[in-house]
Design a protein around this ligand. Sequence first.
Ligand SMILES: [Zn+2]
Length: 223
Amino acid sequence: MQLSFIFKHNEKSLKEYLESSLGSIIDLTTTENSSRMLSVRLRGGITYLRVHRIFLEAGDKILDEISQFIRKRRGRTPLINEFIRANSEGIKANSKRKLSVNPEGRHYGLKVFFDSINEEYFGGRISASITWGKRTSRSSVRRRTLGSYSFNTNLIRINPLLDNRKVPPYFIGFIVYHEMLHAAVGVGGRPGRRSIHSKEFRRREKLYKDYEKAIAWEKANRI
Ligand SMILES: [Zn+2]
């Protein structure tokens, strides 16, 4: 239940950051399109901005250069170029990893959990993908993470240790819900602040219908 890397923004907070620095409305889409990292179109007073997901991790200086670029629609963008160059390996790795999404386990299919939780708790708005993580030999598992959510790839990973008939469905559901909540809540507060399990997060976590049961099961089984 940990984030797998340090992030700065989610789509919502990035949009808000750019809007406040530009003073106008932005329709922001994040993409996996590595051949078109950033594109801007202005129509009817709205700026349509499409950026690769990697920009969710960009620092404020780079974001300010994006604002400038939107404002002027021309000019050099050395920081953006450098950022893309520095992240090109990660971008490639991410698109490769994206191919190995595997929600069908031996005992549990994660997509069913994801879809029903998305409907019930999030109005169907969570766009993340979900997959079982790769099985590793037990001895190499040092730090046990039951699930993770990556803002960068918009991917939820669930630990394959849970793909076991001894694990009750409500517990799988709880872990999936927890990670979807990360996707929904984002960083919280101001951009750059890293409150992963905020008070608000903990409050909403308890809204899961089998919350008490799931916590009790986790304690009893020390999974
Ligand atoms: Zn968490």
